[in-house]
Design a binder for this molecule. Structure first.
Ligand SMILES: [Zn+2]
Length: 400
């Protein structure tokens, strides 16, 4: 997080870039028509965007009246890079991405989040710098940084707040450390929110309301309404793992209550149940492996977990009426038994109007959802009109 971007002029270069990037107006005449600006103003704004490398002129399009084909304007996805990281409790996936979200260099490494922010961020900055070299891009090309963390984050300041599995991280200025290192803005958010954004922008951009449910060691959700992350007070929205799914359960949750869906249906909960059944299982990954080997006890336990999760999600459906529920996280790789259980109880417990168009699927981004989401939030931040105006001004002033 750095100083707020200057307010964009209504039709500043940054605003013009948005029209081009979204495909709303990709020729000079379309820009004049769409914006109502004069030809000379459009040419001036475009001149700045072309000189700064953010827009390139492409092959001619089709002329409406058979004349000379108009020059097509394209957003140059190579005009900079963003740094993206999905930092989990035990591993992190890190990448340098172009402005279209494609990874130019990427790697996954084991980490220990409990080593604390100094050690983990040191490692992260070192990895970013190394991947920049690997991608052949100078540090000056970095436009922004996006990072997902496995706990609640105060989005405005980019600091974790009371993260249960991240000792030493409470209130640590993660975004400030990243922003200072690269002298660029940094966006830090809870990993589930970031996964929700990634899945939404890449595969579900046409839908206004989706809920992304991460089922891994624990259970959490990222909520997107009207295309934006719904955060709630203190960013606490979406913490569905503590919805009570069994009033009669005596299983104690980390929060101190009994019968929370996270304590009964998460990957670690199912692993515990299967271990009690006498199977050699200790994690969500082991559970998924047993399901893929068609172990009947594992399939039954996973389907039961899906049913419990479906009960909690039925409440979510009643409140939010999303168009899609996307299940991600390690347990999503168990696929059919989990989805079957979830669907069974959601459809049973929700009103037909709320589920008429509801799709319940697994994440198509899979294990890369968090990384893609981190790159997406970084790109969206870097290319907001105010940031682009500041960037073109800086590039113009240093141009030879
Ligand atoms: Zn709980």
């Amino acid at each position: 997080v750095t100083a707020p971007a200057p307010m964009p002029h209504a039709m500043s270069p940054g605003a013009i870039l948005q029209l081009i990037r979204a495909g709303h107006a990709v020729t000079r005449s379309a820009l004049i028509e769409t914006t109502g600006l004069s030809r000379s103003t459009i040419l001036q704004r475009l001149g700045v965007l072309l000189a700064s490398g953010l827009v390139v002129e492409g092959a001619g399009g089709r002329s409406p009246n058979g004349g000379r084909p108009p020059t097509m304007l394209t957003f140059n996805e190579d005009a900079g890079v963003v740094l993206a990281a999905d930092v989990g409790a035990r591993h992190a996936r890190v990448a340098v991405c172009d402005l279209g979200g494609r990874a130019l260099a990427e790697e996954e490494q084991p980490i220990v989040i409990g080593d604390g922010p100094d050690a983990v961020l040191d490692w992260l900055l070192g990895t970013f710098d190394r991947l920049l070299v690997q991608a052949g891009r100078p540090r000056a090309d970095v436009l922004s940084v996006g990072v997902g963390l496995p706990g609640p984050v105060d989005f405005a300041t980019g600091r974790p707040i009371n993260p249960p599995i991240m000792p030493g991280w409470d209130g640590y200025p993660v975004a400030d450390v990243l922003a200072e290192h690269y002298d660029r803005p940094a966006v830090v958010d809870n990993d589930v929110n970031i996964m929700a954004v990634g899945e939404h922008r890449v595969h579900l951009a046409g839908l206004e309301h989706i809920v992304f449910v991460k089922v891994a060691t624990g259970i959490g959700a990222g909520v997107i309404t009207n295309g934006r992350v719904y955060r709630g007070t203190h960013g606490a929205a979406g913490d569905i793992g503590h919805i009570r799914s069994r009033a009669d359960s005596d299983v104690l949750c980390t929060c101190g209550n009994r019968g929370c869906v996270g304590a009964l249906a998460s990957g670690s909960a199912v692993a515990r149940q299967l271990a009690a059944d006498g199977l050699d299982v200790s994690s969500a990954v082991d559970v998924v492996a047993l399901v893929s080997q068609a172990e009947p006890r594992a399939i039954a336990r996973v389907r039961d977990a899906g049913r419990l999760l479906g009960e909690a999600l039925a409440s979510v459906v009643s409140v939010l009426a999303p168009t899609a529920i996307v299940v991600g996280g390690e347990m999503a790789e168990a696929r059919e038994p989990l989805l079957a259980g979830i669907r069974e109880t959601i459809y049973q417990r929700s009103l037909p109007l709320a589920t008429r168009e509801l799709a319940i699927t697994t994440s198509r981004l899979g294990r890369r959802a968090g990384l893609v989401g981190a790159a997406t939030v970084a790109i969206e931040h870097a290319l907001s009109p105010g940031r682009v105006d500041a960037l073109v001004a800086a590039r113009m002033s240093t141009a030879p």
